[in-house]
Write a new protein. Structure first.
Length: 576
């Protein structure tokens, strides 16, 4: 009837079964005193009060109440500990699964929606799974036990009470459908608000400079009002179904009063009728509580569906062992690649010799970064192959590949940890001396020592308290510490000023010695000394050679070089 997603944890939790057993036993014992009362009332109405053993009767009732308390306590303890353990295991298993997905899965849209699933939505699922499970188990077991006692007491009256229940149960999927529709829209509205807030905070400088903060804030307020209205719709969505369920269930109680009143005159013992009436009140109340718990549990249903969709995403294939590369030469053989339905590379075949510097240049969108990402296997090629030392990189263990190829990205990612932890990210066993030497090589040691606690300084989110050049130099130092024999530099100096660019270029020069290096660059002067230059355009390698040979061909490279030379000579005052 409802999916709590415990199978996603990937482990067996024996306490869950014990919790169900003890909760069910507690429900049976909770219903038993009514049966004891029935036999007592039967004697009283028959004028046989003197035959009752009151001390024994009281002892039985006390024992049943104590048993109910003990079994329910054990059941609740097992249910809570089991569900908390399963939910925690699910979160860890999901996080482990996500780190194994190919980079092709991730995009800004998916990153936002996945983050929502892992944070706010998972918190809702955790709350529902851990608290509602035990309540649902108890409120299924108790009505079932009460129904059994009703059948023992009088099957005819029991049939009257239970007759509307199957029809009432149809209201539960009705409430789910209404919740799903309202919940889907609530999820979309919540994402719209979060996206707008992130955009507002990230663009506050631009908005202030344009005097647009008030108008943009008004847009956010409109989205918040829409979210508030949708939240109310979600809260009210199951109301018609829940009210219908309650009406039908309580109809059974009304019918049993009517039928019992008529049948008492036809020989139905009054004690039995009274017992059934009491049981019916208890039965309808617990059944009404059950539908409330089920409906509350359904609030997390859509989150669980999105979690299952994430688990269904295929992981990037990995291997154990395999053939070792014979060299550090990279070869790209007839590779084609597309993002979704958008082609990015077409039949590319190139070679990156060991110990040499190869530059990738070309217009924006020509495929430079895509090729670099494929070389480090952030994505897997769709056609063709990429080989390292004659071995297809898909046949190499991912850990071995990542220890062989290091990348310095244009957009540096630093974590909210110490400078030392960030620098050791690619090699946790690096000594302090090795880290300091790497920082000096990257021209980062001096500014690190100027920080409040030197290498132990905790960085702000994303390294926001550092300049762009400082972040880039930390990224280069991190690559030096990793000591990978193949290095990919992705626009490493694109977002820094001239002074910082000079220092970064010096750091890169120290980093590239003795390594196979692949450089992506827009500023062609930075790569004119490369051993070979590959010119890409519209996803194809259109030219290949050295700086001098490519200028002599008078092709795209020569055109780009001429354009940049003109830009360097441009004057703000004269415009020429």
């Amino acid at each position: 009837m409802i999916d709590f997603g415990f199978d996603l944890a990937g482990i067996r939790e024996p306490r869950l079964r014990r919790g169900i057993i003890f909760a069910s036993l507690g429900a049976i014992l909770e219903a038993a005193p009514v049966l004891v009362a029935f036999f007592a009332l039967d004697r009283i109405f028959a004028g046989q009060v003197d035959t009752l053993d009151l001390p024994a009767l009281v002892a039985v009732l006390v024992a049943l109440l104590l048993g109910t308390y003990v079994f329910k306590a054990i059941g609740s303890n097992n249910n809570f500990t089991a569900t908390y353990n399963l939910v925690a295991a699910t979160r860890l298993r999901l996080a482990d699964h996500l780190r194994r997905l190919p980079m092709g899965f991730w995009s800004k849209r998916r990153l936002g929606s996945t983050s929502a699933v892992l944070t706010d939505e998972f918190a809702l699922y955790s709350e529902v799974a851990t608290h509602s499970w035990g309540l649902v188990v108890a409120n299924i077991a108790l009505p079932a036990a009460l129904a059994a006692v009703l059948l023992v007491a009088d099957w005819r009256l029991a049939a009257v009470v239970l007759a509307p229940v199957p029809l009432a149960l149809l209201a539960i999927p009705w409430s789910y459908r209404r919740l799903n529709r309202a919940g889907d829209q609530l999820f979309a509205d919540r994402r719209a608000v979060l996206d707008a807030l992130v955009e507002y905070i990230g663009g506050i400088e631009t908005l202030r400079s344009l005097g647009a903060t008030d108008s943009y804030r008004a847009r956010i307020e409109g989205k918040l009002e829409t979210l508030e209205r949708q939240q109310m719709r979600v809260e009210l969505a199951p109301a018609p179904a829940v009210l219908t369920f309650g009406l039908l269930v309580h109809l059974g109680f009304s019918l049993v009063l009517w039928a019992g009143s008529a049948w008492v005159g036809d020989g139905l013992p009054p004690a039995r009728f009274l017992l059934v009436a009491i049981l019916s009140v208890h039965f309808t109340r617990t059944l009404s509580e059950l539908v409330l718990y089920l409906t509350a549990s359904r609030h997390a249903g859509r989150t669980l569906e999105r979690m299952r969709q994430l688990f269904a995403q295929p992981e990037q294939p990995d291997v154990d062992g395999g053939e070792l590369p014979r060299s550090r030469t990279l070869e790209v053989a007839e590779v084609s690649f597309a993002y979704a339905q958008t082609p990015a590379l077409h039949d590319v075949s190139v070679r990156f010799p060991e110990g040499k510097i190869t530059a990738l240049v070309g217009p924006s969108g020509s495929g430079k970064s895509t090729l670099a990402h494929l070389l480090s296997r952030l994505w897997d090629v769709e056609q063709g192959a990429i080989r390292l030392g004659g071995v297809d990189i898909r046949a190499l263990p991912l850990r071995a590949l990542t220890s062989t190829i290091a990348t310095v990205f244009q957009d540096v990612v630093l974590f909210q940890e110490s400078v030392l932890d960030n620098l050791r990210l690619g090699r946790a066993d690096a000594s302090m001396e090795e880290v300091i030497q790497a920082a000096k090589a990257a021209h980062a040691h001096d500014f690190i020592m100027a920080l409040p606690h030197g290498y132990d300084t905790i960085l702000g989110p994303g390294g926001a308290d550092l300049s762009g050049g400082q972040r880039q130099r930390l990224s280069i130092a991190r690559a030096v510490v990793a000591d990978a024999p193949i290095l990919i530099l992705d626009e490493a100096t694109a977002s820094v000023d001239v002074h910082e660019e000079r220092e970064i270029q010096q750091a890169i020069a120290a980093l590239t010695r003795g390594r196979t290096v692949i450089v992506i660059a827009h500023r062609l002067w930075t790569v004119q000394d490369a051993d070979q230059i590959l010119v890409l355009d519209a996803g194809r390698v259109v030219e290949q050679g050295t700086h001098e040979s490519l200028l002599g061909e008078d092709g795209l490279y020569a055109e780009l070089w001429a354009t940049q030379q003109q830009s360097a000579a441009w004057n703000v005052k004269t415009g020429a």
